[in-house]
Design a protein around this ligand. Sequence first.
Ligand code: SF4
Length: 378
Amino acid sequence: MKYVDEYREPALARRLLDEIAACAARTGGTPQRPLQIMEVCGGHTHSIFRYGLKDLIPRTIEFVHGPGCPVCVLPMGRVDDSLTIARQPHVIFTTFGDAMRVPGSTGSLLSERAEGADVRMVYSPLDALQIARDNPDREVVFFALGFETTMPSTALTVLQAGRECIDNFSLFCNHITIVPTLKAILDSPGAGIDGFLGPGHVAMVIGAEPFEFIAARYARPLVITGFEPTDILEGLLMLLRQIETGTARVKNQYTRVVNPAGNTPALEAITRVFELREFFEWRGLGSIDHSGIRLRFDYARFDAERRFSVPGAPIADPKSCQCGEVLKGAIKPFECKVFGQACTPQTPLGALMVSSEGACSAYYLFARRDDQVQQVRA
Ligand code: SF4
């Protein structure tokens, strides 16, 4: 398949791995203190495990799994709020499929549907808008979720609803933005990240400039990277070359998709419809300033939080959950006490086990060669 097969080419992967091994030997990482490379995006985490890249790189390099899976960082309180809205008898609650199984304190959207709520899976916010057109006597709510990658489609849907004066459509807005979260991780005590594989999909929308602070203020290199195996290996090599020479720049490996200036029409739609919230709660990471967005006043009539009364209460994760430590890279998923026992993809306690992009789910499904994972799963 064009644009896929050439990025899975074994000979190219072998060549990149040889160069990585040679470069890594000159960077000072050791098996005892490996270089810590954070892949920001859950899509990277999934590819690293699916293609076994973790086991192919030298033991002097370690992938640390970042917070870039929007489903994984959705806090329990927001899930509970979504259940409150979905329970209203006149509501059709629409959502992407992976959000349906995220546990709140009293259940999930999937269990709510089993109890009789009208919860429907959609592939796009435009599908939700069509359901609103088809059901003028019902309130249709879209569970808006994701980083800058999915914000433009939500913004364009709101603009379309405004043009058509569709007044039975609203958003439960949980869109989040990655940059303040990277700042929070770099500011957290003991943050030992040596370099970042930057999120290719987010950068496709926002460009490279918003990541410059990582090089300028924190002296860490970041390489915006694609999602195929040779993309990730080439992004890693570009990072190692910077670490070897003591430089810290933002570079772009994903040039076939990412324009350094971003996507101007998408950014304009986002800016027109949304504004930053003062703070937003992240599962496992707590409240992070300016990390979430909400509808601007001009579009407030599409805001489900204004139409429906929701508890809006912060709910702590169950004590046994260590999602926060995994998200900050402090522990590996298999070090969580409930990994593979009480918490599995079939019975997720934490959101990192729900989404296919979640680090715990990736370890559970693909980390076949990790002895500790094997022991837990045995
Ligand atoms: S195993 Fe489950 S509870 Fe533990 S960190 Fe992973 S998702 Fe969270």
